[in-house]
Design a protein around this ligand. Structure first.
Ligand SMILES: Cc1cc2nc3c(=O)[nH]c(=O)nc-3n(C[C@H](O)[C@H](O)[C@H](O)COP(=O)(O)O)c2cc1C
Ligand SMILES: C=C(O[C@@H]1CC(C(=O)O)=C[C@@H](OP(=O)(O)O)[C@H]1O)C(=O)O
Length: 389
């Protein structure tokens, strides 16, 4: 059975729950690191008041003893601090004439899941849709991805995320290594590597927010230290680039994904796109450039994976767009809920973790065993086989 997970829980409910199955035994699970990743997701310029209420920490309630995985399913709980403010709204039915009725959501927000969800699940209180469609769920996905990330780190695989664009402000290109990107973006409120861009992006977000509007952007994730041959060309659902694309697209508000130079490849010639193959006795086979972002044939080629995702602007607007009341069918402006103005920096952390998950899954498919010891032996044997090729 391959690595898998499920999450459950509502944004204003008591907690988020995740179950991870298929992690090997004897992996040291660093709880501090896991919580550090959760806290990174909460930060980022442009977030709303909710992030001041939450202090995300994961409780591991299954699958780990004495700081090591046992091979059993890992159960993770992240509590919602905000639950205490929502207990009544979440528990008491919004019957006509009651106070709770006033909190019923009936004017769907364009761009959110409200209307489609209401129609599909026959729900007249759109809160039932937004509670689960909310990106609060990405806290659980980061917790799960943080476990996967620790598995990858044990084999020297590192991941960095950075913001490339927020609206009309683009970060200048650079050639920094993953370690430097990790360090520099950590100190940045918008997760860019230089202070000048950070200041410009902050001012820009302030301006958009001041106008009652929202803004999206582009984030990039780089994975370094990979062996050649994760994923496969032999079947559509084994292509790792395709699986990563799905994972990135599944992040709330993401509307596009590209690997390497991505869409730019459509306007260049073959000679300007493909990465030439070189060989060196110490390093083995490699590529002279990495325009294809670490993939050929749905398999890693040993170069860093470079994947970008575009996030649309946040749908909830303090100056709301036109909508229709689902009760009266009359034209109204959309409901205004407390909201972020920009969550691109936070989304870059989510992206790192959904990518970590897909890479870890492919890693275990290739080197899988029940314990870390077994996996390490398989991994080293394979590296040796590749070096002898
Ligand atoms: C980290 C993060 C925070 C978000 N915060 C908000 C928010 O405060 N308000 C909002 O309306 N949408 C927010 N979104 C986007 C919505 O969750 C998303 O647009 C919605 O679920 C509909 O799904 P879709 O945009 O993928 O179609 C956020 C997304 C992410 C990744
Ligand atoms: C709670 C999180 O993000 C939320 C995502 C979100 C949405 O509609 O997606 C709406 C907001 O929720 P609330 O209405 O409670 O302020 C964000 O704060 C989080 O990232 O942990």
């Amino acid at each position: 059975m391959s690595l898998r997970y499920l999450t459950a829980g509502e944004t204003h409910g008591p907690q988020l729950t995740a179950i991870v199955e298929g992690m090997p035994s004897n992996m040291v699970l660093d709880f501090e690191q896991l919580n550090f990743q959760l806290q990174r997701r909460q930060k980022g310029y442009g977030r709303g008041r909710r992030m001041q209420i939450e202090q995300d920490t994961a409780s591991i309630v299954g699958g780990v003893r004495h700081g090591r995985t046992t091979g059993a399913p890992i159960a993770i709980v992240v509590e919602n601090n905000d639950w205490k403010h929502w207990t009544k709204i979440m528990n008491v039915e919004p019957i006509e004439g009651t106070d709770e009725e006033k909190r019923r959501v009936h004017r769907p927000r364009p761009g959110h899941a409200d209307l489609n969800g209401g129609l599909k699940y026959q729900l007249k209180d759109l809160r039932n849709v937004l509670e689960r469609s909310s990106a609060r769920e990405t806290a659980a996905r980061v917790a799960v991805g943080a476990v996967a990330r620790q598995l990858l780190e044990a084999f020297g695989i590192k991941i960095a995320g950075q913001v490339i664009r927020i609206g009309e402000i683009e970060a200048p290109p650079h050639q920094l290594a993953v370690d430097e990107i990790i360090q520099l973006t950590e100190a940045s409120s918008v997760r860019v590597v230089d202070e000048e861009t950070e200041k410009k992006m902050e001012a820009y977000i302030d301006q958009i927010k001041g106008e009652g509007d929202s803004i999206g952007g582009i984030v990039e994730c780089i994975v370094e230290g990979l062996p050649v041959g994760l994923g496969s060309y032999v079947q559509y659902d084994r292509k790792l680039d395709g699986r990563i694309a799905q994972a990135v697209m599944s992040i709330n508000a993401f509307k596009g994904v590209e690997i390497g130079i991505g869409f730019e490849a459509g306007q260049l010639r073959g000679s300007q796109v493909h990465d030439e193959i070189v060989y060196d006795a110490d390093q083995g086979f490699s590529r002279a450039s990495n325009r294809l972002g670490g993939f050929e044939g749905g398999m890693t080629n040993g170069m860093p994976i470079v994947v970008r995702g575009v996030m649309k602007p946040i749908p909830t607007l303090y100056k709301p767009l036109r909508s229709v009341d689902i009760d009266t069918k009359e034209a109204f402006t959309a409901q205004v809920e407390r909201s972020d103005a920009c969550a691109v920096p936070a989304a870059s952390v989510v992206m790192e973790h959904v990518v970590a998950w897909e890479v870890a899954k492919a890693f275990l498919e290739k080197f899988g065993g029940d314990s870390m010891e077994e996996i390490r032996a398989n991994y080293e044997n394979y590296l040796e086989q590749v070096s002898r090729y």
